[in-house]
Design a protein around this ligand. Structure first.
Ligand SMILES: O=C(O)C(=O)C[C@]1(C(=O)O)C=C[C@@H](O)C=C1
Length: 402
């Protein structure tokens, strides 16, 4: 705390603080900075040593099939969980995780830089989810649709894909679930992102805004805020928030609703921050790959199940889960597209298929069901569970943010 004084030197001098005291404060500042320099040097040496070890890992793994074989979300989840366990402040868990996330990302990139397809265009929340999961040392490639992300992964054009799967206030993204019906794609990780919507505009005050562009989901996530603050503005739905931000660059009487990342990508000021109606508005994304991965210790399994027809059919499917103490987290039914009124179920359970209880319940489920597909056994989101995952943002409806 003492060194802060030196920032007010003119004041302290005019208040009669002796020149010795001032010298001591200056000395202290220098001493602290020397200590920081010494630590920075050590940190740099340690990071370089860590990067060297990651190269050793690469040598041990040998010439595997492709870059995807070098990315291990199970191991990364373990590393990040330990970071949280060890953290005693003063930096928050979120900040600490971000730093380690980027160190691992850089270590992995020197093994093989990953190519990750995501639902674009540039500036979407999905792109933000890519960086949340992989850090910034990846090659993130925007795709025009969810289907294109699946196709790129399936064709081996990219190593992984990232698509949204559900939002806490809007429900599931059915298009993503339906894509699993006819593909061999596996889920290799999940990412949770707290969605903060911002009003981006070149206008200096609300009264100058005549139109608001956004994806229809974002318009509805901010419905009450818009009704209260921009009741006269025309609301125009576009294919994405990023497209909305792109348009607003040249329209000073218009605003876009989008994330902070879009504001940075399109160079737009944030007039109001956090304008979403629900404070815990969260979207879950899936990382798509081509393989099932080993357990990380805190995992989730997603199954695609088709049952038989008749009374008690769904009960018979779920009963083995209950009997083996496997916790079901979610069940979603979707048309099977193989007959009228025929349905399949997407089921999320806690645990990994390597765990005995899950494996036994699955074996029984397989004998009961018409079809069981294991879509993935993957680590539960680590970063997304942090409450202030987006960093310091102004509170809903607060004064202009930028
Ligand atoms: O442990 C591994 O398998 C590594 O490749 C090392 C490492 C890391 O930097 O810790 C890097 C990339 C993987 O995704 C997981 C971990």
């Amino acid at each position: 705390m003492r060194w802060i004084w030196t920032q007010f030197l003119p004041w302290s001098t005019s208040c009669g603080i002796s020149s010795n005291a001032v010298a001591e404060k200056t000395l202290n500042l220098e001493a602290v900075r020397e200590r920081i320099d010494a630590l920075d040097q050590q940190i740099q040496v340690l990071i370089a040593e860590r990067a060297g070890l990651a190269q050793d890992v690469r040598r041990v793994k040998g010439d595997l099939a492709g870059p995807a074989a070098y990315y291990r979300p199970d191991r990364e989840a373990q590393v990040l969980r330990r970071v949280i366990e060890r953290n005693d402040g003063p930096l928050s868990d979120t900040v600490m995780l971000r730093l380690f996330r980027e160190i691992m990302s850089a270590c992995l990139a020197q093994q093989e830089p990953l190519r990750v397809a995501y639902l674009g265009p540039e500036g979407t929340f999905t792109q933000q989810a890519v960086y949340r999961q992989f850090g910034h040392s990846v090659n993130a490639i925007a795709q025009p649709s969810i289907e294109d992300v699946f196709l790129q992964v399936q064709a081996g054009e990219v190593d992984f894909g990232v698509v949204p799967v559900e939002n806490s206030s809007q429900g599931i993204v059915s298009h993503t679930l339906d894509m699993f019906l006819h593909s061999e794609i596996k889920i290799t990780a999940e990412v949770e992102l707290r969605i903060h919507q911002h009003l981006l505009t070149r206008a200096r005050r609300l009264g100058e805004i005549e139109r608001v562009y956004a994806h229809s989901q974002s318009l509805s996530q901010c419905k009450h805020w818009l009704a209260a603050h921009l009741p006269e503005a025309e609301l125009i739905a576009l294919s994405s928030n990023a497209e909305a931000a792109r348009r607003v660059r040249t329209q000073p009487d218009a605003a876009a609703i989008a994330g902070r990342h879009a504001a940075e990508v399109y160079g737009l000021p944030v007039l109001f921050g956090n304008i979403e109606d629900h404070v815990d508005n969260t979207t879950r994304f899936l990382v798509l790959g081509s393989e099932l991965l080993p357990a990380s210790g805190e995992d989730k399994t997603t199954l695609l199940v088709a049952g038989s027809d008749g009374p008690g059919a769904l009960f018979r499917l779920l009963e083995p889960l209950a009997r083996h103490g496997v916790n079901m987290k979610r069940i979603e039914s979707r048309p099977s597209r193989q007959g009228r009124w025929d349905y399949v179920f997407f089921i999320d359970v806690e645990g990994h298929i390597e765990e005995a209880a899950v494996a036994e319940a699955l074996a029984e489920l397989q004998s009961e069901a018409r079809m069981v597909k294991i879509l993935g056994s993957y680590p539960r989101a680590v970063l997304g569970r942090m409450p202030e995952a987006e960093g310091a943002s102004p509170s809903p409806g607060a004064a202009p943010a930028a």
